[in-house]
Design a protein around this ligand. Structure first.
Ligand code: FES
Length: 448
């Protein structure tokens, strides 16, 4: 495709199916999107001690996230500088050295080449060890325990990249009682499904239009409209809240809600005094700490390009790792308040397993949609017809400007349009000013 821009018409609201199935576009995407954008690669709580490592992914490539012996966190390509063998074949563990299984070059936990068998006789002292360290990411950021990285040395710092979506992502990362950070990973789900990675990323941008897919889980009380378990509740805060769908110029998108003023805690766990006490405490403490800001209720969002979050239950982050144009590996990192009572953690762990991940009832509904949408878009005839993204064109509002971005108070595909507008900028090799949105948001408002 000579002109990727023609495949994505965000003004009229049409996007070619080719961007979800074409192998050449997919290769280009790995090169132009995944080597530049900031990617979520793990949580520092997974590597608490010196020598701890966790193998993660950036695009299709294996990356070692490691805490060196001084306690500093690094991320480097899991590929030996000699012939490329994976120097670490485990998912997680602790080591003082990475020994390549092929010819036994060894690397320290900060990625430096240390040992080269028969160095004096075979390399005659010529091999420059410093120049043959494991390939480190260009930039790494730790934000409220989560670890992010980019291969682009010219990328802006992570918070600039996050922009005004920060306040929404924070809701997924902070404790339920309003304290900053303080979350721990209670488990990670990893599974592979036959779909393009963008279907999953787009779904979390705030596509609440797909909620009919989850009717069965709604009926039994664990679906999107019943995030804390609807049974036994005396009210429904979701119906009273003002819902907002927000597109950010960096390509991120979120769905959040604002509770009415003077909203009261809703009893939710009448059959379990420990849970009831904890969630009531969190609600009241959060209100005390955050004031007005506590009215913001997080739901879901996607940080461009492939990191999604759930801000309520199941709270946590998901990375959608590409494997091929039609194959994705989903990783869900589930979070809980580190100092919550064990009974609360156990309840949430069970809830998360029931709700999300490969066996979770809600995720199964979503995956059916993503995988059939992918396979049904592979056909010769199907590929002639673009997807329709015209929903709520121009339906943004000037209310809630404190939330940042372009806000809509009705369900809108403006978030998806914004996401693909940015995807197009990356595919066109745009500079960072353009990738951060330039004046997109302002220009759109001025045009209205
Ligand atoms: Fe690693 Fe040869 S490939 S030492």
């Amino acid at each position: 495709f000579d002109d990727v821009a023609k495949l994505v018409d965000t003004e009229q609201g049409f996007i070619s199916r080719e961007i979800f199935v074409d192998p050449d576009l997919y290769k280009e995407e790995l090169d132009k999107v995944f080597t530049r954008a900031w990617l979520f690669i793990g949580h520092e709580g997974l590597i608490p001690n010196p020598g701890d490592f966790y193998t993660t992914r950036m695009g299709e490539e294996s990356v070692i996230l490691c805490r060196d012996k001084k306690g500093i966190i690094h991320a480097f390509l899991n590929s030996c500088r000699h012939r490329g063998m994976k120097v670490c074949r485990y998912e997680q563990g602790n080591t003082s050295i990475f020994t390549c299984p092929y010819h036994s070059w060894t690397y320290t936990t900060d990625g430096k080449l240390q040992g080269v068998p028969q160095y004096r006789s075979l390399y005659d002292g010529q091999l420059d060890r410093d120049a043959n360290s494991l390939v480190a990411v260009a930039k790494l950021a730790i934000y409220k325990g989560t670890v992010w990285a980019t291969w682009d040395k010219n990328a802006p710092d992570f918070l600039t990249y996050l922009g005004e979506a920060k306040v929404h992502l924070d809701q997924a990362l902070d404790c339920r009682d309003g304290r900053e950070g303080g979350s721990e990973v209670i488990g990670v789900h990893k599974w592979i499904f036959p779909s393009n990675w963008k279907f999953a990323a787009e779904n979390f941008l705030g596509d609440t239009y797909h909620n009919p897919s989850h009717r069965s889980v709604d009926l039994i009380g664990i679906g999107p409209s019943a995030a804390s378990g609807k049974k036994g509740r005396r009210d429904d805060e979701l119906e009273k809240a003002q819902h907002v769908w927000i597109s950010f110029p960096e390509g991120h998108g979120v769905h959040s809600a604002i509770q009415p003023e003077n909203n009261e805690y809703i009893e939710s766990f009448l059959d379990n005094p420990v849970l009831e006490k904890y969630f009531r405490y969190c609600y009241e403490e959060r209100k005390r700490r955050l004031g007005e800001q506590a009215r913001l209720m997080p739901f879901v969002g996607t940080i461009f390009p492939n990191t999604s979050y759930h801000g309520r239950q199941p709270r946590g982050l998901c990375a959608w790792h590409p494997h091929s144009p039609t194959t994705t590996e989903g990783w869900r990192f589930f979070l809980v308040d580190a100092d919550a009572p064990q009974e609360v953690k156990d309840y949430l762990r069970h809830y998360y397993m029931r709700y999300s991940g490969p066996a979770g009832m809600t995720e199964q509904d979503d995956m059916e949609n993503w995988l059939y949408a992918t396979s049904a878009s592979l056909g010769t005839v199907a590929r002639r017809y673009p997807f329709n993204y015209q929903q709520s064109l121009g339906a943004w509002t000037r209310e809630h400007q404190s939330l940042g971005g372009t806000v809509s108070v009705q369900i809108t595909e403006e978030i998806a349009r914004g996401y693909y507008r940015r995807w197009k900028s990356y595919m066109g090799g745009g500079g960072w000013d353009e990738l951060l949105g330039g004046n997109d948001g302002l220009a759109q408002r001025a045009a209205e």
